[in-house]
Design a binder for this molecule. Structure first.
Ligand code: P6P
Length: 337
């Protein structure tokens, strides 16, 4: 860490004008994500320890009843946002319906809605593998001053004003975009401060890593099977490397740094795919495009899909543009046969 690395706070102030953070609400949202991420990170990093300590006494290390970590993370992000009165509504993978957020004076004057997966990949906690928080921010489309409606959440991904993720890995990072490139900030655990460590992140031109759960191979569409065989063939710059962590944020983050594609296609077990369009697909798609990559459902640009349901699932092909282009080519060819 050289002494010139900006902190996240300094970065936001320096870019306040450039990013059209008109009223500063958007920067306050990013700051709230930062604060909640620190709280969740503290708990995630002690998950194993807490289990051990929780097993010998009625209470865990924080003196509170053991909670499922994803429910805990959900509560932390929701409370942090509500307490700061910066959004008019929140939707979460952990909540069936969206949450209407009113000001202390019962107003509905805030203009942003936030959608999130508070702890994606939480099944990895038991095996000490990294996981993440994913968030997506839109400007509301119904009149300010009225209660937020489902319509404010069911916007196509191209309307996002900000998106990002926190990765709780070997280090904790906040990676986000407001439509002016992707920047990554690494937390110094000794200080709890996030420093700009990965400015202007870009997918390498030609990726050579593919991430897919090959255990589902027999259930995949023919085009995906053909693409996987292409990745594995001894030709040109192939075979590619197969890497699958089982944590979308971790696989995406590695692919953005090293180059690669992540696939979660439809299958007989997941006829519409597994990933949720609104708070997994679209934020990652916004980041991917801002980092020079590409994201589709195998055919259509993900950011242009008009949502119909809050928790709808979508097939997901995302990463280095050359790899997504090739995967889509195999999907088209298989369809034409
Ligand atoms: P599978 C985690 O549950 C998640 O949503 C993503 O983070 C991850 O990439 C995927 O599902 C793993 O799913 O079916 O391969 O275990």
């Amino acid at each position: 860490m050289n002494k010139h690395n900006k902190t996240l706070g300094e970065f936001i102030i320096d870019n306040q004008q450039a990013f059209q953070y008109s009223s500063g609400e958007l920067s306050r949202i990013i700051n709230s994500i930062r604060l909640a991420a620190k709280v969740v990170n503290y708990k995630v990093n002690k998950a194993g320890l807490v289990d051990i300590i929780g097993g010998v006494g009625a209470q865990n290390i924080q003196g509170e009843d053991q909670q499922k970590l994803d429910v805990y993370a959900n509560d932390v992000f929701i409370q942090t946002l509500i307490n700061r009165e910066i959004v008019c509504g929140i939707a979460s993978e952990e909540n069936d319906d969206f949450i209407t957020v009113q000001g202390n004076d019962n107003s509905h004057n805030n203009k942003y809605v936030l959608l999130m997966d508070p702890l994606d990949g939480s099944s990895n906690i038991d095996v000490n593998v990294s996981l993440g928080t994913i968030f997506s921010v839109y400007r509301r489309i119904t009149p300010i001053g009225t209660p937020v409606t489902l319509e404010d959440f069911l916007q196509p991904g191209i309307n996002q004003v900000a998106a990002g993720y926190v990765i709780y890995g070997t280090s904790t990072m906040l990676v986000y975009t407001t439509g002016h490139g992707v920047n990554g900030f690494t937390m110094n655990p000794a200080l709890g401060t996030f420093y700009l460590s990965h400015p202007n992140m870009q997918f390498p031109e030609n990726g050579k890593i593919y991430s897919v759960n090959e255990g589902n191979y027999i259930h995949f569409p023919q085009g995906v099977k053909d693409y996987i065989k292409y990745c594995q063939s001894e030709e040109e710059d192939r075979p590619y490397t197969s890497r699958y962590i089982g944590s979308l944020v971790s696989d995406f983050h590695r692919n953005m740094i090293k180059g690669g594609i992540y696939l979660y296609p439809t299958s007989s077990k997941a006829p519409k795919g597994k990933l949720r369009l609104l708070y997994e697909g679209n934020p990652m798609a916004f980041l991917a495009e801002q980092a020079g990559g590409k994201c589709s459902d195998g055919e259509n640009r993900l950011l242009e899909i008009v949502p119909t349901e809050l928790h709808q699932r979508v097939p997901f092909f995302c990463g280095s543009k050359n790899m997504v282009d090739k995967a889509e080519e195999f999907m088209r060819n298989a369809k034409e046969k």
